[in-house]
Design a protein around this ligand. Structure first.
Ligand SMILES: [Fe+2]
Length: 291
């Protein structure tokens, strides 16, 4: 049967993608960010999944503001990197998994989550930057990817609690898929950032750190944070953190934090990343390493 083994949360700042694509990862400004992700890239090499379910948000690239689905599940065979105004990122085509996506859609609708089905779409930096940060610069992505786009662009965004509960339903749906698959779920976006207005550049490190702590140890408490609080405390775009709760919900009650990284500033944001393994997978991994 298929299993979600771990979750990765990471920022998806577009400037990080530009730094990778333009060969600036060793620059003084960017080097600490990419050094922080070295451990993630080593971890994923040892724990390469068959499929990634990637929770992200489209930034009016594939979904213009005439239609704004709250939750949009990718159902396509493949997804091209979107042209966000300066040409598409030079990254591989993303290969989908329509069979598993179909099963997820069916089970999630049965579980009362009404999804929009995306039979075709391009994927923007929200999806491709996390893939680059985790897998590096590769000729092809090493696994299939199911995009799950969440509306955090136009009010009202779904609550953290709703995203957490959707994550729980995703875990249940994956575990009812008969194929023997290792699945890793990504929650992307955040952390502190505000890209416009008089508060542009706002960063609240205590808020970000507490969020990382809560994700690991007490996600129920994080579910109480209302949308307005994310924006007030950590900037308008910090609302993207609800997608981290979707990842957390999909891991079950007991997790083990195996990695955490936080760096300020990167493109006027707080950049964070965390890897949580399910308790079951963590114990298996420990036994495998010891053997
Ligand atoms: Fe974003």
């Amino acid at each position: 049967m298929a299993r979600i083994t771990a979750g990765i949360a990471t920022s998806h700042v577009p400037a990080i993608g530009a730094a990778i694509d333009l060969g600036k990862t060793g620059d003084e400004y960017w080097a600490p960010v990419f050094a922080g992700y070295a451990w993630v890239r080593a971890w994923i090499k040892d724990n390469t999944p068959d499929v990634v379910i990637l929770c992200y948000n489209d930034h009016a690239s594939a979904m213009m503001l005439d239609i704004v689905p709250t939750f949009a599940l990718g159902f396509a065979e493949e997804y091209e990197p979107a042209d966000e105004g300066w040409g598409a990122r030079p990254v591989p085509t993303v290969i989908g998994d329509p069979d598993l996506a179909g099963h997820l859609a069916e089970q999630l609708v049965i579980d009362d989550f009404d999804l929009t089905i995306m039979n075709a779409m391009d994927v923007d930096h929200g999806l491709t930057v996390p893939l680059s940060l985790v897998f590096g610069q590769v000729d092809e992505w090493p696994c299939r990817v199911i995009p799950l786009a969440v509306n955090v662009v136009q009010y009202p965004a779904p609550s953290g609690r709703r995203c957490y509960n959707l994550g729980k339903a995703i875990q249940k749906a994956v575990e009812s898929w008969g194929e023997d698959l290792k699945v890793v779920i990504f929650g992307t976006g955040g952390m502190s950032h505000q890209i416009q207005g008089p508060r542009a550049g706002l960063i609240n490190t205590p808020f970000d750190t507490a969020f990382l702590d809560g994700l690991s140890q007490n996600p129920e408490k994080l579910c109480e944070i209302q949308g307005i609080e994310y924006m007030r405390e950590a900037g308008n775009e910090a609302i993207e953190l609800v997608m981290w709760l979707m990842m957390r919900g999909a891991l079950g009650d007991k997790v083990d934090e195996v990695f955490r990284f936080y760096h300020v500033p990167a493109s006027s944001t707080g950049v964070g990343s965390i890897i949580l393994e399910t308790r079951e997978f963590h114990e298996q991994n420990k036994a495998r390493t010891a053997a």
